[in-house]
Design a protein around this ligand. Structure first.
Ligand code: UDP
Length: 379
């Protein structure tokens, strides 16, 4: 099957990293068309996935854009759609991986007469999107998509609540290469030394820096923990959240935590960094559609504490394979951090349970089989 994937981003967020795993088995039968240049293109190339940057100018619509702004951008889209239609004729299907890719993919599907698949990585609610963008996404999916793949039950439920068709949507979780999450003891020691983490209780936060990812909640919680508790914040502001980055640095300074919070920026050595942690914290203040970092931490054998909302509740069972806390509650988060610091045996058992179940549930080859099966059944 020849698949033409579309993604709006030049930067590797969770949806883009997931796309790498889906496109990889198709080799030269796949092409990823991007609407922006950037480091995601290089990542695709490193994975031997054919890629082409289709738009030289970034599309200006944002998640919260109004209808008028959306319409203005249609002018910008015309040359891109023409290009996508032409390429799509050489493929069996168009696979839209993001919302702007859905807009372009829907029109291209109509003109090229190729079926459309929409991989939904978002919770389509007004907490994350403008009413207009919500309506556009749901209407286009309803009208043009033969299949919508939701990354969690939570994303599927939100799609249906927003008016999405129940007969076109299926849930498929993100898949992960288990062996990529095994690390050498010597690498971990080296990293801990480099980062000055030896002898500390390290809480890792792995996410792009954005207000709803809640790094500020972890910083607040840290101030309520004993001094040996240190945090590493791994990730960068991918979509222009510079004010928030400044705010975080200010918060750290005000709380006198300069020696206990390290900003590491965007990194590609996530499994190694996770292995250097004692606990991985996920602190989103709005419901997370899936939460790749949670599964990654589990596969690394690390205990996870996560904000209880959205897709996260399909991944974590409190006290069995991780810990759940109320979103936006630093006091509760601090309490769990202190428990993990003190109750090392129970915490290790929980992390082991998580590793076993996660490697079974999220094995990339099984997930890819599920997708291949859906594509062959529905198209
Ligand atoms: N990630 C990364 N480098 C970083 C920070 C994060 O590669 O510096 C990865 C992380 O390992 C995860 C993804 O980015 O695979 C984030 O996915 P998630 O579902 O947690 O959030 P999203 O970005 O989709 O909102």
């Amino acid at each position: 099957m020849r698949i033409f994937f579309l993604d709006q981003s030049g930067k590797p967020g969770g949806a883009e990293l997931c796309l790498i795993d889906i496109a990889k088995p198709y080799g030269d039968c796949a092409l990823v068309g991007l609407f922006a240049d950037g480091s995601f293109k290089s990542l695709l190339q490193q994975n031997n996935i054919p890629v082409e940057v289709l738009a030289t100018q970034a599309i200006q619509v944002r998640k919260e854009s109004s209808l008028l702004q959306g319409l203005k951008s249609l002018g910008q889209l015309a040359p891109l759609i023409t290009k996508v239609v032409k390429i799509a004729r050489e493929y069996d299907l168009i696979y839209a991986n993001t919302q702007k890719a859905l807009v372009v993919g829907a029109l291209a599907s109509f003109f090229s007469r190729r079926p459309l698949v929409y991989h939904l990585h978002d919770i389509l609610s007004t907490e994350h999107f403008s009413q207009t963008n919500l309506r556009i996404a749901v209407n286009l999916a309803n009208r043009f998509a033969s299949l919508v793949i939701a990354n969690s039950q939570a994303s599927k439920t939100a799609f249906i609540q927003a008016g999405g068709r129940t007969d076109i949507i299926e849930v498929v979780y993100n898949g992960f290469e288990t062996k990529n999450h095994q690390t050498d003891e010597s690498d971990i020691d080296k990293l801990q030394q480099q980062l000055g983490l030896q002898g500390k209780f390290v809480v890792g936060h792995f996410s792009r820096l954005a207000p709803w990812k809640g790094q500020h909640i972890l910083i607040d919680a840290l101030a309520k923990c004993p001094p040996e508790v240190t945090a590493i914040l791994v990730g960068d502001a991918l979509f222009g959240e510079q004010d928030y980055v400044q705010q975080l640095h200010q918060q750290v300074a005000e709380l006198g935590l300069e020696n206990r919070v390290k900003f590491l920026g965007f990194r590609s050595d996530i499994p190694q960094l996770m292995a250097a942690c004692d606990l991985v914290a996920h602190t989103s203040t709005s419901p997370e559609p899936f939460g790749r970092v949670i599964v990654e931490a589990m596969l690394c054998g690390k205990p996870v504490v996560a904000a209880k909302a959205g897709g996260v509740m399909e991944l974590v069972e409190h006290g069995l394979n991780g810990f759940l806390v109320t979103p936006g509650e630093p006091q509760e988060l601090a309490q769990v951090i202190i428990t993990c610091l003190q109750e090392t045996e129970i915490t290790a058992t929980i992390a082991n349970n998580a590793q076993t179940t996660a490697s079974r549930r999220f094995d990339v080859s099984i997930i890819n089989q599920q997708i291949a099966q859906l594509l062959s059944q529905r198209l």
